[in-house]
Design a protein around this ligand. Sequence first.
Ligand code: 0A1
Ligand code: ZN
Length: 883
Amino acid sequence: MREGQAQVIHRLDYQAPAFWIATVDLTFDLDPAKTLITAKHAVKRNPAQAHGPLVLLGEELTPLRVLIDGEPVSFRQEGHELIIEAPDRDFELTLRNTCAPEKNTALSGLYTSGGSFFTQCEAEGFRRITYFLDRPDVMAVYTVTLRADKAKYPILLANGNLLEQGDLDGGKHFAKWHDPFPKPSYLFAVVAGDLVAREQRITTRSGKEHLLQVFVRRGDLDKTEHAMNSLIASIIWDEARFNLPLDLERFMVVGVSDFNMGAMENKGLNIFNTSALLASPATATDADFQRIEAIVAHEYFHNWTGNRVTCRDWFQLSLKEGLTVFRDREFSMDMAGSDSARAVQRIQQVRNLRAIQFPEDAGSMAHSVRPDSYTEINNFYTATVYEKGAEVVGMYQTLLGREGFAKGMALYFQRHDGQAVTCDDFAAAMADANPDSPLSTRLEQFKRWYSQPGTPHISARGEYDAAAHRYTLVLSQRNGKATEPQLIPVRMGLVGHEGQALPLQLEGDIEARGTETVLLLEKAEQTFTFINVLVDPTPSLLRGFSAPVLLEDGLSDPELLTLLRFDSDAFNRWEASQRLGLKRILRAVQGGHALQLDHAYLEAMRAVLRHPQLDAAFKAEALRLPDAAYIAEQLEVVDPQAIHASVEAAWDQLAQALRGDWEWAFEAHQVKGGYRPVAEDAGRRALANLALAMLVRESTRTGEPVWPGRAYQQVKDANNMTERFGALAALVNAHAGLADAALSHFHQQFAHEALVVDKWFMLQARAPERDGKVFERAKKLLQHPGFTLKNPNRARSLLVQLCNMNPGAFHRADAGGYVLWAEQVAAMDAINPQLAARLARAMDRWTTLAEPYRGAAQVALQRLAERSSLSNDVREIVTKALE
Ligand code: 0A1
Ligand code: ZN
């Protein structure tokens, strides 16, 4: 638990540090119970502040000695501060302290996992290793010596290059590492343990040789090939696309099973959650393979966007995160290959944005991409900073074009390599590199994307004047959380009845714009008049989701069906499918009646499924119904059970009406031959899995045994995890009679594969609720011998899946979900505050709930808030929820 009162930190209070630390020399005597750290720092005063003590930060540390230029000096501790009387000149500071890695269940700082040592220093973990100016604008060159028992910890790693290693007395050994690049403390890392490595030597474009290593526990080496391939592909891509080479002789990646996030970009020594690193066809699904490729790339790309150029302060987090997510998305799209596969990636990004970031931006934790204040920075590793931040970077590219964007990147590195900078610096580089672009004259307005929270609502109304051949489009924007209009790039086209892409000519323009253009919506309301429009068009707006907004264009069903059939933009074709489904679900929920899908909708979905040209992956996305969280965002008062009932009814009816088509789809999309994690095969498996889910659902409803039997057989016989897990999910999600038998078979088969057991928990916690059975089962699983709050992956698989991702099971009229939530947040908070705070966010949107949920949620929140022992992390979330 934290000492002292939690402070609110404000962006505008930023001040440069009073001291700089140029070099850091650290020695670790590693022992799980008590590790001794000796630090030598070259400290310089910031000339702007010539006097005063040196104030270092430290948490959960025991200080032993403080020396200045070799002489003991007096110091005092106040809360987390170590206050040292310091001379008015440069000096060498020596510190000695201890910490207790095996007691560190928060997984921030130095901790043990599976008998090895790991560190996690972002955002403020370095201060849990030694006293330091633990802030990202203090950049130092590090030299690190690790000493440890040789038999228990044969591998000793730190950032940079290995200078020396050798044996010591008493069965110990040492390794000395030096990282030539100045870095902030949050990028520091060490690893020590009994690990094995997959190695690969590569030569990059410049002719330089590099050693790539992926370290994992013995037994996991056969699951590292995909990560290594992804790393090599990332290195090649960043050099080709952005001219950014690998700057290190050695690049190491390490897997750890206890980790709070996906992975961490420590300079030259990336540390990964095993769930974001290990994959084999037998244990990982297509989605896992894809996620691993993206995360390996993400961490690698941070080497430039984050490490070579870092953040001045934590308010600038999106400077590195939004940009790096943008870069990993571009990479994944290039890796996916075909236009259709790229569109599917975009669809998945947007689905995720809408299900997670939109609710965040409308809820109690709403904040801008560059927040103005925080209490606990760990709470700001959010979908807004990452995903909306990436959308903002994507809008630069939309406004500047790919080449203009690349020029902006080049200028950014030319100006800021080796510096700690701000989002304003990035924006300035983009604009200055493109002086003639629409961005440079509107930069201040564009920057509102960084400062204003909330999702802008765009409303669009079109009118066709047949006599004058004019089409008038009125676009307006409003944002309940912000006051100033934002600069919104609207990529669009006009589609004729037969699907023709109509030529676009705006009144007042000298040149025609082809069949697709980007309109700039910069005012609260703006009118765009297209001339020479020969037929009544259907507008296709926001193609590729060109801005992170909610669009209300009032399109009729026939218009949506036109777009679904003909739009040249695959994203908007998908969007039309979603809108058709969404409308029907909302009508039922708002009207308070049972959902009944109509013939036109069902036939449209059948046509998508049977379409001779569309790719399987696209079909699987178009046939999926919108997520409950996104549906809820369309409503002012949310009844989670009404949404759940409508969505379930829609699935039932799709399963029933298209039964013969699902059978065809299942048979026609079987992938022959060995497993390959490539987009085309993955698309076929995705559609076959959806078809199987529909068939098992329909058979379970009618009591017919064939498809559940086939699914059960597939759980037993599949030669890859995607098909095996797809079949298991089909049975569990349909509440089929064979689900239990399939679950035990699966558990038995994979009992020793922790990541697969996580899937087993997750599936049960996330199944669509029916008669309270899912909730009851999840509650029972809390007592399962394999369950623990100490392993973040396991805890998330059950609790986050249930509370944050399964509204139908979580929101109960008897308040049971909220009671369980409050208990588990409190229990987890005593172990791992960061993780507890994630779970606490299940209540972000409680104020929009209908009764009796709203009242019960408030009571649960208040009860939790009354506890005196809450961490800053959970306290901030709960306080904001109750504000
Ligand atoms: N910078 C990492 C994410 C990360 C953040 C915090 C962590 O520990 C609290 C760990 C990882 C990334 O973007 O990949
Ligand atoms: Zn990142």
